[in-house]
Write a new protein. Structure first.
Length: 300
């Protein structure tokens, strides 16, 4: 069975202060998504779809796409306002994309098989791709999967992060996912949600969280498209900044469509570059993986 990896690489990187998706941080100048692609191909994925901005196309192909095309099928999808539903008018002054649901929908014409979705600027670990490939190989219809990480392993020392905090049921399926903003360590060492109150609501450090590593079948596109249109119809409350994100959509599909979501536990280590100050740590961790022989001297 063919398996596709969809990489969301059109983000603006505003908190990082630049285009972190193409920041060369590996020992041989690798960018972070190359590690995800390498691990995914090792796990059995054979197609990679990049969701990028149209203006990135030429440079992105030169930097990443043409290299990957020597080892796997490659396709591109473009996230811009031209892919929004007919009849919808973008509010004047809006510059932000409409979120990760929109990013995935942009790729609906080039994906016809089970697929995984990841961010371009996160390191997920090879075990995570192995677990997802196994889940996707037996997935049918209205089923989904997600890779879960422990909250305390996903916190930046340099500022707040947003995480989808998850709950499982007795069968190990996702019960609820809550998109939670402004999570960071407090002075006393606890991890708190500072969006809800000035003092912060203490969170369980071992809580399972989504890092936008999802697995879906093509069934997902139809339902996502319908709900995205509904979202846009009611987006006038915050027209310049509102976004429709995958954790929110998945939670709706579980509650209203009965979509079962398998939670995949993994021992993989996650790290990412939310802030520019995260860069030295990520570079050092990647160097250790190369030095230990886990990765070859170059991923090319």
């Amino acid at each position: 069975m063919s398996l596709t990896l969809l990489i969301m690489a059109a983000g603006m990187g505003s908190r990082y202060g630049g285009n972190k998706q193409v920041d060369r941080i590996g020992p041989d100048g690798e960018i972070l998504m190359e590690y995800s692609i390498y691990d995914a191909l090792q796990a059995g994925f054979d197609k990679v779809v990049f969701v990028i901005k149209p203006e990135m196309a030429e440079s992105f192909r030169e930097m990443v796409g043409d290299k990957i095309a020597r080892r796997a099928e490659v396709a591109y999808a473009f996230q811009d306002y031209s892919s929004l539903p007919a009849g919808f008018t973008v509010p004047e002054g809006r510059t932000k994309p409409y979120g990760t649901v929109h990013a995935v929908l942009c790729a609906r014409d080039v994906i016809h098989e089970p697929f995984a979705v990841i961010n371009a600027d996160d390191y997920y670990g090879r075990d995570a791709f192995t677990a997802m490939a196994k889940a996707l190989s037996s997935m049918k219809g209205a089923e989904a999967a997600m890779v879960a990480y422990d909250l305390h392993n996903t916190i930046s020392e340099n500022g707040s992060v947003t995480r989808g905090v998850c709950e499982k049921d007795e069968q190990g399926r996702l019960k609820k996912v809550t998109e939670t903003y402004k999570i960071m360590k407090a002075e006393d060492g606890t991890i708190r949600d500072f969006e809800s109150s000035q003092e912060g609501v203490i969170l369980d450090p071992n809580a399972l969280v989504s890092m936008n590593f999802w697995g879906f079948t093509p069934w997902f596109f139809e339902r996502a498209g319908e709900r995205f249109e509904e979202f846009l119809k009611h987006a006038d409350a915050n027209p310049l900044k509102c976004e429709y994100v995958l954790p929110t959509l998945v939670d709706e599909l579980m509650r209203e469509d009965g979509m079962p979501v398998q939670v995949l536990n993994t021992h993989a280590v996650w790290f990412g570059m939310t802030y520019r100050e995260d860069r030295p740590y990520v570079m050092e961790e990647l160097k250790k993986l190369h030095d230990s022989g886990f990765y070859p001297p170059t991923l090319g």
